[in-house]
Unconditional design. Structure first.
Length: 278
């Protein structure tokens, strides 16, 4: 994978930016774009049930479900649920011209599926994750053969507004990407949940157990992000021979422990992603 490029201002985007679907992820991306100096007047939101926050952006100039011609569209970002794609995509073809880059963040929906509904378009398939809501997400993207340097740069700038971006050349990797990073925040939250429950079982008050679990997971994640050391080394640095951590890791790393369970979980998510493909 290529290294993430430096995040740039979106002020100079050449035309309108259309966001199709303004739920949690779409809304997080929109917040990121506006924070990167994108003029609200350049943004068009197509969302049948806009939230209060999205409606508030209308007062700043964001056009919500406008009628009639919207003018040249520089980028069209599709953030609807994968199941809604067959109904949504045919309505979007009229918004696209040769200069428009289409960015889809729909899980499982392949470039081939998108090309069937949006022929001759430069299309980027991307998978972000929920830490995008605080600007700490990671997105992996792949483009079709019509994505050239200029359209890739624009797509990268849009995706980088919510965190790191990596590109792959092989679309077949995207289901595994979805299983690891797209679904991954849920695995981390489950870990914190399980730690808190285990703390209660060991005698801690529930509120304290949850605070300890949350702060430990969050702090360890930040340490892992900042440290140049391999994650295995960070784990070993916490583990004294014969100590309490070693006793716990004998269970977590034993037969049927975390590693084989995670392998099975990621495989199941990857399989489901392939099943969503169209």
């Amino acid at each position: 994978m290529a290294k993430s490029a430096k995040q740039n201002s979106l002020a100079a985007i050449p035309g309108a930016l259309v966001l199709v679907g303004a739920g949690k992820m779409g809304g997080a991306m929109l917040d990121g774009w506006l924070a990167r100096k994108l003029s609200p007047k350049k943004v068009i939101v197509l969302e049948p049930q806009p939230s209060k926050a999205i409606k508030t952006l209308g007062k700043r100039g964001v056009r919500i479900n406008p009628k009639g011609d919207v003018g040249p569209v520089a980028a069209l970002v599709i953030a609807v649920k994968p199941q809604s794609a067959p109904d949504a995509l045919p309505l979007l073809a009229a918004l696209i011209d040769q200069k428009t880059v289409v960015v889809s963040i729909m899980a499982g929906r392949t470039l081939g599926f998108l090309e069937q509904h949006l022929p001759n378009a430069a299309i980027v398939r991307a998978m972000p994750n929920t830490p995008a809501a605080i600007g700490r997400g990671i997105t992996v993207a792949v483009g079709n053969r019509r994505v050239e340097a200029k359209s890739r740069k624009l797509a990268h700038g849009l995706l980088a507004a919510t965190g790191s971006v990596e590109w792959v050349n092989d679309e077949a990797l995207m289901d595994a990407v979805t299983a690891v990073s797209g679904s991954g925040p849920a695995y981390v939250f489950l870990l914190a949940e399980a730690m808190a429950e285990a703390g209660v079982a060991a005698g801690l008050p529930a509120a304290l157990a949850e605070k300890l679990a949350r702060e430990t997971v969050a702090g360890s994640g930040e340490l892992m992000l900042r440290s140049p050391l391999p994650v295995a080394t960070l784990r070993q640095n916490v583990t004294s021979p014969g100590g309490t951590t070693a006793a716990a890791l004998e269970v977590l790393m034993g037969q049927g422990g975390v590693a084989p369970l995670m392998t099975k979980a990621v495989a199941a998510a990857t399989k489901r992603g392939k099943g969503l493909a169209g």
